[in-house]
Design a protein around this ligand. Sequence first.
Ligand code: SAM
Length: 232
Amino acid sequence: MPRLLKTLSRRFRLPFNRRFAERRLQEYHAKPRSLNEVVDWAMNFGGGGYLTVKTLQIPYEITCLAETVQAIKPKIIVEIGTARGGTLLIWSHLASERVITCDLNDMSVQRPLYSRFPPPGSNCQVTLLSGNSHDAGFKARLAKELNGEKADFLFIDGDHTEPGVEADYNDYKEFVRPGGLIAFHDIIENQPLEINQVYHLWKRIKPGAEVLEFVADPNQCGFGIGVIKVPA
Ligand SMILES: C[S@@+](CC[C@H](N)C(=O)[O-])C[C@H]1O[C@@H](n2cnc3c(N)ncnc32)[C@H](O)[C@@H]1O
């Protein structure tokens, strides 16, 4: 479908999709959720158009990452690459104070939904930043949001080109506290798209670092999560 038609169709369906998303969110919040349930919701929340919530992750890999992040009892999580809010749903369950998630896309339509991802009773506040993570002004906006505080966990899942992911790592690692974690998605070598080049950075930075790798199947195409522990 041509882009304009797709946009018009999404706008037309927005009220229906919003009602569906609201119903799903109510259902999600109807009872306390285990981490496994949250991951399941992140993959199967569903919906349509702008308000589809989902993540393209392998359940085993994202569950291992979520458990690793949960173990450090994060207060603040920063994510580069919101997409359809799937991983944001998981971080909103784990962070006790704040999740700041960034994407090139304008997220004003999604804001009312995403800001209510944290479970009932949680003090976690969700902040959506739209813009290009490679812009100097964008880094300054994030610094302003953090207001001198450090994140416990940074998830880098935006620009997957080697220079792009490297720029995100170099620009944003300073915002993670000593002992905190930085994770990258799509670290395995065999990728379906040529622009997925995270592997090239990963193999350069992991020697000598304290790392974890979550890869469901060494022969899979795409995916794989690498985690670096920031030295204490
Ligand atoms: C793979 S998706 C993120 C998936 C999401 N973390 C999940 O698993 O649910 C990558 C997202 O990064 C965003 N992105 C790509 N380059 C970016 C950049 N330079 N700055 C901010 N966002 C970027 C894209 O718009 C896209 O929505």
